[in-house]
Ligand binder design. Structure first.
Ligand SMILES: *Cc1c(COP(=O)(O)O)cnc(C)c1O
Length: 374
């Protein structure tokens, strides 16, 4: 059997009966939009995370955009975004008319570096007329960002925190769940994320009644009393009832899966730490292991390892090959007279290995042996 990078097939086979029944019941009810599963899922997710409101939407990118819209972020505003993340975290910033300022990352966690963040805020205040407004803090690869320090900086400069928990859902800091640290937090249910559905999906989390109400309006055509009473310009961004039904089933075994991923990560780390830089999860942190990412000494080694693993039927991925400030799309929209040496180094040397709850000890050993060979 070939090894999967993220094994959604085994997961489905294991829970086939319950998931099929959940889908069937939506088909019988034909409540495809705004069905009862959507409301129930929002309640369960809000309870799971420990925040007052959960608003589901069409995907994790829309979720980020909806947050910025609720805060009326626009022209002349600056949104700080880690330089090492998926494109979406920065894409939504010019979409609402504001300016992304990319920030270098921490050497060990690959999350936004609080020191670089503070330097970036100072730089913008001293050298531009732009207004610092928001910090996008990404819970990269499953580990929550350093919210203790990020909150201090946010308070000092009166900034809002938007937690991009697309990869971090299920993670924790001292027992407190990811997606509860931002003033608004978002996640994605893209199939390969820690909690994935069978298509696209996303959600927004907040304790604020005011922002929650605005987001509920923005995601249904800026609705007022109903969707034919339109009081603002919005979007059409909803989670399908079918996806909600799948997610309700998957939520039941979600914690168990993450616990198993933590065991897999532990095995990888024990066997790899003497030959490559293994991921560091800080003591008070609990990762949801969206990715298990190692770093080689240089680009040549990384490329050799990826090639050798591929020849042996082991899938890997490079998250991420290109820093945000190097993306052509940001050429005219961004601002980056800052130092990105850490991100550039990690982009050259990182490699993500197969990571899911159905990896057995044999699979892990196979991966480890090939990497040791390099
Ligand atoms: C996947 C991802 C997103 C976007 O989610 P979609 O549901 O694919 O739109 C945003 N941010 C990060 C960090 C992601 O990994």
């Amino acid at each position: 059997m070939t090894m999967e990078f993220r094994d959604l097939k085994q997961q489905y086979q294991l829970h086939e009966r319950e998931i099929d029944a959940a889908i069937q019941s939506v088909l019988y009810n034909t409540d495809f939009i705004n069905g009862s599963c959507v409301k129930l899922l929002e309640m369960k997710l809000a309870e799971y995370v420990g925040v007052k409101h959960c608003i589901t939407c069409a995907n994790g990118t829309d979720a980020l955009q909806l947050a910025l819209m609720a805060w009326h972020i626009g022209k002349g505003d600056v949104v700080f975004v880690p330089d090492f993340t998926f494109f979406s975290s920065g894409e939504v910033v010019p979409l609402v008319g504001s300016t992304p300022v990319f920030v270098d990352i921490d050497e060990d966690t690959y999350n936004i570096s609080p020191d670089s963040l503070e330097a970036a805020v100072e730089h913008i205040m001293q050298n531009t007329d732009l207004r610092p407004r928001v910090i996008v803090a990404v819970d990269l690869f499953g580990q929550p960002a350093d919210f203790d320090k990020i909150r201090q900086i946010a308070d000092k400069y009166h900034l809002l925190i938007l937690e991009d928990g697309a990869q971090g859902f299920g993670g924790k800091i001292r027992g407190r769940k990811a997606c509860s640290f931002g003033d608004i937090a978002t996640t994605s249910f893209f199939p390969a994320k820690p909690l994935g559905c069978y298509g696209d999906g996303g959600a927004v989390f907040t304790d604020s009644d005011e922002w929650a109400e605005l987001i509920r309006s923005y995601c249904v055509h800026g609705k007022g009393k109903d969707k034919y009473d339109n009081v603002r310009i919005g979007m059409n961004s909803r989670l399908d009832t079918l996806q909600a039904a799948v997610l309700l089933e998957k939520l039941k075994f979600f914690d168990e899966e993450i616990e198993t991923c933590n065991q897999v990560a532990c095995e990888y780390t024990n066997r790899l730490k003497s030959c490559v830089k293994v991921p560091l999860v800080k003591e008070e942190m609990y990762s949801s292991w969206a990715q298990y990412t190692v770093c080689f000494q240089n680009n040549g080694e990384r490329e050799r390892a990826a090639e050798l693993l591929k020849e042996n039927g082991i899938p890997t991925a490079v998250y991420y090959k290109k820093a945000m400030h190097q993306q052509k799309a940001f050429k005219e929209n961004g601002f980056w007279e800052l130092d990105y040496s850490m991100t550039e180094k990690i982009c050259d040397c990182c490699l993500s290995l197969p990571m899911h709850p159905y990896l057995n000890t044999n699979d892990i050993q196979k991966v480890v042996d090939r990497i040791r060979q390099v």
